[in-house]
Design a protein around this ligand. Sequence first.
Ligand SMILES: Cc1cc2nc3c(=O)[nH]c(=O)nc-3n(C[C@H](O)[C@H](O)[C@H](O)COP(=O)(O)OP(=O)(O)OC[C@H]3O[C@@H](n4cnc5c(N)ncnc54)[C@H](O)[C@@H]3O)c2cc1C
Length: 380
Amino acid sequence: MIFELNEEQKFFQNRVRKIYEREVAPLVDEYERQETFPVPLFRKLGEEGLLCIRCPREYGGPGLDKVSECISTEELNRICAGIGAGIMVHGGLAADPILRFGSEELKRSYLMPAVRGEKIGAFGLTEPDAGSDAAGIRTVALREGGNYRINGLKTFISNGTICDFVTVSAYTDPAKRGAGINLFVVNREDPGFSVIKKLKKLGNHSCDTAELAFDDCCVPIERMLGEREGGGLEQLEETLKSGRITYGARSTGVGQAAFDTSLSYVKEVRRGGEPLKRSQAIRFVLAEMAMSIEVMRYTTYRGAWLFDRGLAKMKDASIVKLFCTESLQRIVQKAVEIQKEAGLVMENPVQRYLRDARLFKITEGTSEIQHLVIARDLGL
Ligand SMILES: Cc1cc2nc3c(=O)[nH]c(=O)nc-3n(C[C@H](O)[C@H](O)[C@H](O)COP(=O)(O)OP(=O)(O)OC[C@H]3O[C@@H](n4cnc5c(N)ncnc54)[C@H](O)[C@@H]3O)c2cc1C
């Protein structure tokens, strides 16, 4: 076994680190304060080929592997988890299903502009009454001649107010629980699509989140992913499997940022006349943080490595998400506590890491749901 990135991955890591430090870091405070997503930055990252990292060259992407996607995700989320959320949803949840299950026409009209940063994607699964249980959605898409008429509400949709298209899940056959679901690409301009309201959240402020309505929203049959009715639940599971591994990288990035701030603080500050770094209690906390981050990173890489070889099962992705997002909670909590009252002032980014991390336990499947998936794999 070789626990090392290959030369191409190392080169990519170095490149993206420089780009995110140069292009993203100076914008974070402004966009977090305004609670808006930086669309001009999004376009620039499209030009750099960093929005849909696994998309093959024939569709305009760099055609890199899942490990590289995780490398990029970690580096971006180390700088800003809010912007990282918008980029992840766009590439991993909105565009990726089009790449994997969409027709050539959908790839040309939606995937390729998404790769270039010309179109922003959103992913519409969660509803006011259904989140963890995807089969419990109520949105329906009923066939009428050459079209589907979509009716329903979606909530907590990242990129919701700024998206150009949404990859939406809906029942084409409501009588078949779970088996009657399909994914559709809905255009912002489609009649019957509307943004109800923008939502204010605890964290990820620079990611736009909204409630969306589909009111007799008419889309042509060609906008359905896959060739037949049904099969959408499997497509959702495949999409979420990839997304949950990405969450390992998001958590590692935020954890690394919290650790870096803590380490510099401990090295600089004196308490009671003594350098803080002399305190054994503080040194042990830092050692534990460093240990957790290293394990999180390698657990994520392992999940990505399995995914690249088609070997990742749902429980592998759940292990990555559960372990990394839960480990992150302790890291950010300790990072704030080490700095005492200084960790709570809004100018200090460490309070942002604490707020952002809390959301990670919920999105793309809560911790309880990851426990259920792992237990199911144990035959329980
Ligand atoms: C910041 C943010 C961004 C998001 N972005 C998107 C997006 O872009 N697109 C999208 O579709 N969704 C998005 N979501 C929604 C997110 O995926 C859901 O919140 C999540 O799946 C949980 O669903 P829910 O909120 O409906 O909770 P519910 O499913 O109602 O669950 C409520 C509670 O019950 C627990 N629970 C549920 N079922 C079980 C069970 N069987 N056993 C034990 N406990 C259970 C859950 O763990 C949770 O604690 C986002 C959420 C957040 C917070």
